[in-house]
Design a protein around this ligand. Structure first.
Ligand SMILES: [Cu+2]
Length: 583
């Protein structure tokens, strides 16, 4: 495989903490510390295989099955007096496997249980899952359950807890309680925040060199679904509102580049750390597959699992509509007709997804023609942001529609109530923080600083709500911002209106260039250290990450004064940007 285990620019060292920054862009000539470095032509990053698309079936990942109980290393760290059902135990081996992503081409991947994408977890409310992940690779791994409400030590938050890294040949246990956040006033779980479509993926960051390898590990295949069910969602399914589990299909969107020997090519420094893009569209681990469907409604849990690529999806038949029922981890308050709201305009009936975002949608095939394509209309050929929207989309998945029309199908439609939504109120907000994301010194920074696992960037008090102003001051770059542990409720976006599907909860917020998002977030149930970061994974690996310490050392008067000053300076900067017409 064509992976560099450690990138040639080992510029990130000095006591493991201090970044050595070179003036100007990071080029091979400027850094040149690696005698083995060979500058390669960009043509090397073009896949040299031609194939006929839509000949192979869309793979459906198997469901992980429980094993006999074992003595777990992890705990749930729940509030006192809270009890759960008996846990279920699972064992998963992270290992190499040879698969065919492109028909007829053997490719080595790294997979959970050797599967790409990984097997699907199905978990139930209040029924904890304890998962033992064994690492049979020769690289370090760790697992983050994206969207999960879990104790800090089971969150897989990069190198904040280095003892949680799964070293080669070792295993670590992760404890997922499968609960909703506990309301600090009532002590009761707030089921309006109970998740539905989470995904688990690698999140490794090497503490000895302060370097992320998440991009490499996810690119090689380490990602899968973690689905949650509770009485409410099971009621919607049993009551004939939402499609049954048999018609509930995961769709992971990814892009990959292949070398001539069939191996996956991964090299973030080839593109100046802008973000790694592929030229083959891979859906559930297959290049442009097909799926046979009946003439009925299907639920598709679509995940942008790409490292850096933005996708915007539409259906080839203009008469067919998406009905969106979930966004990121959660079901919506009510089903909506999705709209893509971008800087270049609004496009109804399309689904825009930046890395890590999910859209849970229902598609009605009852009156569909025999062939329907899911198309991607984004033209995205450098890591910073999509270049344009294509009039003629690229078909990425073919639906082969068969059989008679199913009468009396499930009832979900635009406006159908789903999970009641509890809005965080303005009067609950106890603090405002400004978090600015920018390119700096060839890397990626948060509030002017690079990720330091030893520094707290925010110390919210448990049980309180905060206003976070997420601002992209990086000019031409777009950043999907992911905050661990709790949902974000978007209040406003500075450069576009809020789409109907963005009005409820998000765990990944897209910041367009020079855009500002005001979000409310409430910290409940757990204390400890978690991360927030850009989910362009190369940006994350290259330092665009910060630390939240819930209930950490109370901020000293000096720190609070500094926060006030930062806020004032940020407001000043905002005014300047506004005057310059840049926000
Ligand atoms: Cu970014």
């Amino acid at each position: 495989m064509r992976i560099r285990k450690l990138y040639p620019y080992m510029f990130l060292l000095l006591g493991g903490l201090i970044y050595v920054l070179m003036p100007g862009p990071l080029t091979a000539a400027a850094m040149a510390p690696d005698p083995n470095f060979v500058e390669r032509p960009r043509t090397e990053f073009k896949t040299p295989f031609a194939f006929t698309p839509f000949t192979e079936d869309l793979p459906i990942p198997p469901v992980v099955q429980p094993v006999a109980p074992f003595a777990a290393q992890c705990g749930f760290d729940l509030p006192q007096g809270m009890s759960l059902m008996e846990p279920k135990f699972y064992e998963v081996v992270i290992r190499e496997a040879t698969v065919q992503i492109i028909p007829g081409v053997d490719t080595v991947i790294w997979g959970y249980d050797g599967q790409y994408p990984g097997p699907t977890f199905k978990a139930y409310h209040n029924e904890p899952a304890i998962v033992r992940f064994h690492n049979d690779l020769d690289v370090t791994a760790i697992v983050h359950n994206h969207g999960a409400h879990v104790a800090a030590l089971s969150d897989g938050s990069a190198s904040l807890h280095p003892e949680r890294l799964i070293l080669p040949g070792e295993f670590r246990d992760f404890c997922y309680p499968n609960i909703a956040p506990v309301d600090p006033e009532t002590g009761v779980q707030d089921m309006s925040d109970f998740g539905s479509t989470q995904w688990y993926h690698d999140h490794a960051h090497l503490p000895d060199v302060d370097l992320g390898i998440t991009g490499q590990n996810v690119y090689m295949g380490l990602a899968g679904y973690y689905l949650l069910f509770d009485q409410l969602e099971q009621g919607l399914i049993a009551g004939g509102v939402l499609p049954a589990e048999k018609f509930d299909i995961p769709i992971v969107l990814q892009d990959r580049v292949f070398a001539a020997d069939g191996s996956l090519l991964y090299d973030p420094d080839a593109d100046n750390f802008a973000g790694v893009l592929g030229d083959v569209f891979v859906i559930n681990g297959k290049a442009q597959p097909k799926l046979n469907v009946e003439r009925r409604k299907y639920r598709f849990r679509i995940l942008n699992g790409s490292n850096a690529r933005f996708w915007e999806l539409r259906l080839s038949d203009e008469n067919m509509k998406f009905v969106q029922i979930g966004n990121d981890s959660w079901l919506l308050g009510e089903a909506v007709a999705p709209v893509s709201v971008a800087l270049d305009g609004k496009r109804p009936n399309t689904i825009h997804l930046t890395p890590a975002e999910r859209a849970d949608v229902v598609i009605d095939f009852r009156d569909a023609p025999d062939e329907v394509f899911l198309e991607n209309i984004v033209v995205h050929d450098d890591g910073r942001r999509p270049a344009s929207i294509a009039r003629s989309g690229t078909p990425v998945l073919k639906f082969v529609v068969m059989g008679p029309r199913v009468e009396h199908d499930v009832t979900v439609d635009v406006g159908t109530p789903l999970r009641p939504h509890t809005a965080i109120r303005e009067d609950e907000i106890v603090r405002t923080r400004v978090i600015e994301f920018e390119r700096k010194g060839g890397l990626w920074a948060v509030n002017g600083r690079f990720f330091d696992p030893h520094r707290d960037d925010a110390n919210p008090e448990p049980g309180t709500a905060e206003r976070w102003i997420l601002r992209n001051v990086g000019g031409g770059w777009a950043h999907p911002i992911h905050i661990h542990l709790e949902a974000q409720q978007i209040q406003s976006l500075s450069r576009r209106e809020l789409a109907p599907q963005e009005r409820f909860k998000k765990d990944t917020v897209r910041l367009e260039s020079n855009e500002e998002a005001v979000v409310f977030i409430k910290f409940r149930t757990f204390t400890g250290r978690y991360v927030f970061h850009c989910h362009n994974i190369e940006h994350e690996d290259m330092a665009m990450m910060g630390v939240i310490n819930v209930g950490g050392e109370p901020q000293t008067p000096e720190e609070l004064r500094r926060l006030e000053e930062e806020l004032e300076a940020a407001q000043e900067r905002r005014r300047a940007l506004e005057e310059a017409g840049k926000l």
